[in-house]
Design a binder for this molecule. Structure first.
Ligand code: ADP
Length: 409
C-alpha cells in the first residue's frame, strides 16, 4: 500500500462521496458514500479491499442530525480503525463553483473558504455543502493541507465572446453573471486520456467531450484548453438531463408565473427536479430504466430518450464552432460509458461532423460484455474518432491536490 494517500471529499447537497486514493496509480484504498443526509434513512457505505458494508448514520452530538458533519465523523472513525490516517498526505475537496477567482486548484486558507461561501450565491446547494465538508475535515485533520479543486476551473480558458450572455454588461461587471461551465475535472481527465488513446500530444488535438451522467454537459477542447461548453452560470444550461430541463426559452418562467399561476419556488423545482428525462417520460430519470421501458414499447420513454439524444447532438454541433477540426468525440459519465443505444442515436444525428460508429464496437462497450470499463475507439476507420473513456474525477482531484502540496512544501 502507498504511504502517500490523498483523501478526496466530494460533498453534494444530500450526499458525500469520498475516496482514500493513491494519486500516482488512481487506486483507492478505501472509498464510499454517505447518502440521504439529514433524513431518517441517512446511511454511510464503505468499500475496503473488495468488501462493501453500509450502516445507518447517527446524528451528531451538536445538531442531532445525520448531516455532512456526521458523515465526515463516520469516515474519519473508519480511517482510524484501519490505521490509514498516518498515510494521508493531504485532503482534496471537489468544489462545484470557483467563479472567476479560480482557474487552478488552491490550498484552502481562511480567504479561500470565505470565497467558497460567497460563491454559494451562484451554487447554493453545492458550495454550502462544500464549506461544511471543509470545516469538518479541517477539524478532524488539523495538521493536513487541504486543497480545493473547482469544477469550473477547466473552463476558465473560454474567451469572453463565448462566456458572456447577451445581457447588460454591468451584470457581468458587478455581479459576475456569465457562463462558467461545470464537470471541468471530468472534461479535463477524459481529454487527457483521449490524447493517450489517439497516440498524440494533447496540445496537438481538438476534441469534443460529452459527460453524460445524471448531470450532462459537452465541452470543446482545443489543444488541451476548453474553448466552449454547454453549461452556463449554473449547471442548468445546455443539455437535457435526468431531472433538469437544460435550455428553455427564459420567458417560460414568466409564462408559468403570470399565465399559469405557478409560484416562483415551484418553477425552480419544476426546472431542476421534475424536468428532463423524468419530466418527459413521466416514469424515471434513470436512463437504464427508460431504455428497458422503451424496449417494452413505452412511447413516452422512447420519446424522452429521443429528445435527450437530439439535444446532446445539437449541443455537440453548437460547441464544435469553437474548433477548427475534430479529432475525436469522447463519451463519458454513467450514460456515455455504458449506453450503446444513446451513443448510436447521438452520433446518428451528427453526419454533419462526418462522425460514424462501428456498430459492433459500440455494442462491445456495453456493461457485461468483454472490455467493460475499458477505454476504446468505437468509430469506423475513416471517420473522426469516437471514443469511450470512463471518467475518474476523484483521481484528478487526488493528483492535483498532491501536486500542489508537493510543489509548495
Ligand atoms: P452521477 O452524475 O450521479 O455520478 P452517473 O455518471 O453515475 O451519475 O450516471 C448515472 C446515469 O447513468 C443514470 O441515468 C443511469 O441510468 C445511467 N447508466 C448507468 N449504466 C447504464 C447502462 N448500462 N445503460 C444505460 N444507462 C446507464
Amino acid at each position: 500500500m502507498s504511504t502517500h494517500l490523498v483523501l478526496v471529499i466530494n460533498c453534494g447537497s444530500s450526499s458525500l462521496k469520498f475516496s482514500l486514493m493513491d494519486p500516482q496509480s488512481g487506486v483507492s484504498e478505501l472509498d464510499g458514500e454517505a447518502e440521504r443526509l439529514c433524513s431518517d434513512t441517512a446511511q454511510v457505505c464503505f468499500e475496503y479491499q473488495g468488501d462493501k458494508s453500509c450502516t445507518a448514520l447517527t446524528g451528531t452530538l451538536l445538531t442531532g442530525k445525520a448531516d455532512h458533519q456526521a458523515a465526515v465523523n463516520a469516515i474519519v472513525e473508519r480511517i482510524h480503525e484501519l490505521n490509514l490516517a498516518e498515510s494521508i498526505d493531504c485532503v482534496g475537496h471537489r468544489v462545484v463553483h470557483g467563479g472567476e477567482h479560480y482557474s487552478d486548484p488552491v490550498r484552502i486558507t481562511p480567504e479561500v473558504k470565505a470565497a467558497i461561501v460567497d460563491l454559494a450565491k451562484l451554487a447554493p446547494l453545492h458550495n454550502t455543502a462544500h464549506a461544511i465538508g471543509i470545516e469538518a475535515t479541517q477539524a478532524a485533520f488539523p495538521h493536513l493541507p487541504q486543497v480545493a479543486v473547482f469544477d469550473t476551473a477547466f473552463h476558465q480558458t473560454m474567451p469572453d465572446y463565448v462566456y458572456l450572455y447577451g445581457l447588460p454588461y454591468k451584470l457581468y461587471r458587478e455581479h459576475g453573471i456569465r457562463r462558467y461551465g461545470f464537470h471541468g475535472t471530468s472534461h479535463d481527465f477524459v481529454s487527457r486520456r483521449a490524447a493517450g488513446l489517439l497516440g498524440k500530444p494533447r496540445e496537438k488535438i481538438q476534441l469534443i467531450t460529452a459527460h453524460l451522467g445524471s448531470g450532462c454537459s459537452v465541452a470543446a477542447v482545443a489543444y488541451g484548453k476548453c474553448v466552449d461548453t454547454s453549461m452556463g452560470l449554473t449547471p442548468q444550461e445546455g443539455l437535457m438531463m435526468g431531472t433538469r430541463s437544460g435550455d428553455v426559452d427564459p420567458t417560460l418562467v414568466f409564462h408559468l408565473v403570470e399565465q399559469l399561476g405557478y409560484e416562483l419556488a415551484d418553477v425552480k423545482t419544476l426546472l431542476t427536479e421534475q424536468s428532463g428525462l423524468l419530466g418527459i417520460s413521466e416514469l424515471s430519470n434513470d436512463c437504464r430504466e427508460l431504455e428497458a421501458a422503451a424496449v417494452e414499447g413505452n412511447k413516452q420513454a422512447t420519446l424522452a430518450l429521443e429528445v435527450f439524444c437530439y439535444r446532446i447532438a445539437r449541443n455537440i454541433a453548437a460547441v464544435s464552432v469553437g474548433l477548427t477540426q475534430l479529432d475525436a468525440l469522447v463519451f463519458t459519465g454513467g450514460i456515455g460509458e455504458n449506453s450503446a443505444y444513446i451513443r448510436e442515436k447521438v452520433v446518428g444525428h451528427l453526419a454533419i461532423l462526418h462522425l460514424a460508429l462501428d456498430i459492433e464496437k459500440n455494442q462491445d462497450c456495453c456493461i457485461g460484455k468483454e472490455g467493460e470499463g475499458a477505454e476504446r475507439r468505437i468509430s469506423t476507420k475513416n471517420a473522426p474518432a469516437c471514443l469511450v473513456i470512463p471518467t475518474n474525477e476523484e483521481w484528478v482531484i487526488a493528483e492535483q491536490a498532491e501536486a500542489l502540496v508537493q510543489a509548495s512544501s
